[in-house]
Design a protein around this ligand. Sequence first.
Ligand code: PLP
Length: 385
Amino acid sequence: MSHLFPTYQRWEIEPEKASGTVIYAKDGREYLDFTSGIGVCNLGHRPEAVEQAVKEQLELFWHVSNLFPQSIQEEAATKLAAASGLDYVFFANSGAEANEAAIKMARKATGRTKIITFLQSFHGRTFAGMAATGQEKIKQGFGSMLETFIHLPFNDLEALSKEIDSDTAAVMIEMVQGEGGIHVVTADFIKEASRICTENGVLLIVDEIQTGIGRTGKPFAFQHFDISPDIITVAKGLGNGLPIGAAIGKMELAEHFGPGSHGSTFGGNPISTAAASAVMDIIFDEKYLTEVTAKGELLFQLLDKELGSLGAVKEIRGLGLMAGIELTVAAPPILAQLRKSGLIALPAGEKVIRLLPPLSVSAEELEKAVLIMKDNIVKTTVTAS
Ligand SMILES: Cc1ncc(COP(=O)(O)O)c(C=O)c1O
């Protein structure tokens, strides 16, 4: 018997090793991994430069505590600040923890309590993350939630203008709702929302945990829009598999996040920050991001061409290398078929197939994956009808 709590419904594939876009399973089969460990291994599995950086840090020290100055943390923070246009970084170990830091920072800096988030959003599984999340299924069975969070319809400016008041500390939003079904924010909404926030002394927090670190063709997805968030949160792709998260904020917030205000034993761990620093050297290069944009365009061209006219496909949407294919039928049986055909993809809600290939994916791999999808969507839906 397994001694693990059954919190995850696990797949039938046990990985033995992984490299680039491919997972080699214990049963001898090979799979195209279009999940990247749920948006984590953006450079593919085991990229050499990151492995090297980790090995070098392993030879120096693994952990000393945040009571010591650590140049590897400063190095990673400098790169995050430069790429985001923000000033200060708090390192955590995960996305939910990065959001906790952002929420605490916003409440302390404004002295206000209300945080506005959106329906279908996902912000993590801690108590504040869960309360911030705009999906009922995440909260079921856990009793009363923190009252500080209000959920509004996504991209609804009227609802937002009505809700913002003198007790609103922050608006927290994803530029592309990942877990919630790949819904992209509209440019008009986010620009106006940002303006209303500034006008009312409300902080804008952009949750870049799934969209950040090059996923959409920019270092951070907010950079597709004409806005300047006060805080952004990242995790997932930052360490390419080494656990790390970060809340990155504007200069003015520093005075509210001084000694004793927040902390984490493992946050900013030197092995993880060494990995993050190496990841950013590769991904934040303009040429690399131009290639990601081109691959994203290719992916959407292929999806439109091969899947766009299938009866079971309702809508194809996304940004960069973050794609959602909304079906008219349930996604899980099709995802199971895809795995049998050698392609691993994710759900995002009941009817959406979510693709998060590594940014290092090749054109051939994109083409192969789309054809596997076409074949299986046709087969599964014909059999079902
Ligand atoms: C947008 C977003 N926020 C927060 C989280 C939570 O991150 P973690 O699982 O690292 O706590 C996730 C994870 O899927 C996410 O996609």
